[in-house]
Write a protein that binds this ligand. Structure first.
Ligand code: G
Ligand code: G
Ligand code: MN
Length: 254
């Protein structure tokens, strides 16, 4: 089929987008985002194909392919002496019902001898809402294996608050919709302040998504938000350009 052939042909790649410290702009982590390089259309973004791959099950393989790409990159950067950052991989909700999920993760990450704390799992809020007990069980097992877990797209659905009380996330990513209409909506500021302070009070790290302007960055920093991901700091980059950034932030060997 088209997608199997594309995978074998190397047409899927992981782009990487930095997660940065507000104050210094320093990179503290990154998120891997899949891209499909199609001859006719050029680079296609996931919103156009992930829903289809979730229906036909191909997403299970694609997510593992992205995880393996990330593990391979982390290992290669280490060999080059670069200071690496933890990288987050998005996993579809379909993995939650798949007994092979964690064994497969371990196999791929260990194949490249990547320390487990360098891998973060991003699960979207809707995933979790669909099956809370299942999510609880998977998160516990991920933690036991040393992986950290982030809730993605927090605030985009309606389940967020009740989910927070029963699940142990290491970080929560505020959906970019929080920032929509930010400039002229005083309520937006209050909602963000409230969300950040509630999440921080649970001892969970807060990452803001979709930070596009200095005004947004300054405001988020002042609310106590920990990390920023967005065009203001960096777009998602192909691996070679991301590596250039890592080189810039690695101090020269003594
Ligand atoms: O960059 P952006 O257009 O890349 O991503 C759009 C959406 O696709 C995001 O919500 C993200 O969670 C999802 N996504 C990106 N890469 C992956 C991936 O490798 N696996 C899964 N399951 N979702 C992804
Ligand atoms: O997994 P998730 O939904 O969190 O993926 C993040 C999505 O947000 C990706 O599609 C990514 O390309 C996109 N994105 C990253 N930074 C920005 C930004 O500053 N503005 C907007 N509009 N989208 C962004
Ligand atoms: Mn994500």
């Amino acid at each position: 089929t088209t997608m199997e052939a594309a995978l074998d042909h190397g047409d899927f790649t992981a782009y990487l987008q930095p997660k940065c410290d507000f104050a210094t702009g320093q990179m503290r982590g990154a998120e891997a985002l899949v891209r499909w390089n199609r001859l006719a259309e050029g680079i296609v973004r996931p919103d156009d194909f992930i829903p289809i791959f979730e229906k036909n099950g191909f997403i299970l393989r694609l997510d593992m392919f992205i995880l393996e790409s990330v593990a391979r990159l982390l290992a290669a950067w280490k060999v080059k002496g670069l200071e690496t950052v933890p990288v987050a991989v998005n996993f579809s909700r379909l993995h939650l019902n798949d007994a092979r999920y964690i064994p497969q993760m371990l196999r791929l990450v260990d194949k490249y001898n990547v320390p487990h704390e360098m891998i973060e799992v991003e699960l979207t809020e809707s995933v979790i809402f669909n099956n809370l007990t299942r999510a609880q069980d998977v998160i516990t097992r991920l933690h036991r294996n040393g992986f950290s877990v982030a809730m993605d797209d927090f605030g985009s659905g309606y389940s967020s608050l009740n989910v927070l009380k029963s699940l142990q996330f290491d970080s929560i990513k505020l959906d970019k919709e929080f920032l929509a209409g930010f400039e002229d909506n005083p309520h937006a500021h209050k909602v963000i302040e409230g969300a950040v302070s509630m999440i921080k009070s649970l001892g969970i790290q807060v990452v803001a998504e979709g930070v596009e302007t200095r005004e947004q960055a300054d405001f988020l920093r002042q609310t106590g938000c920990d990390l920023a991901q967005g065009y203001f700091f960096s777009r998602p980059l192909p691996a070679d350009r991301f590596e250039t950034l890592l080189k810039k932030s690695t101090p020269p060997a003594a």
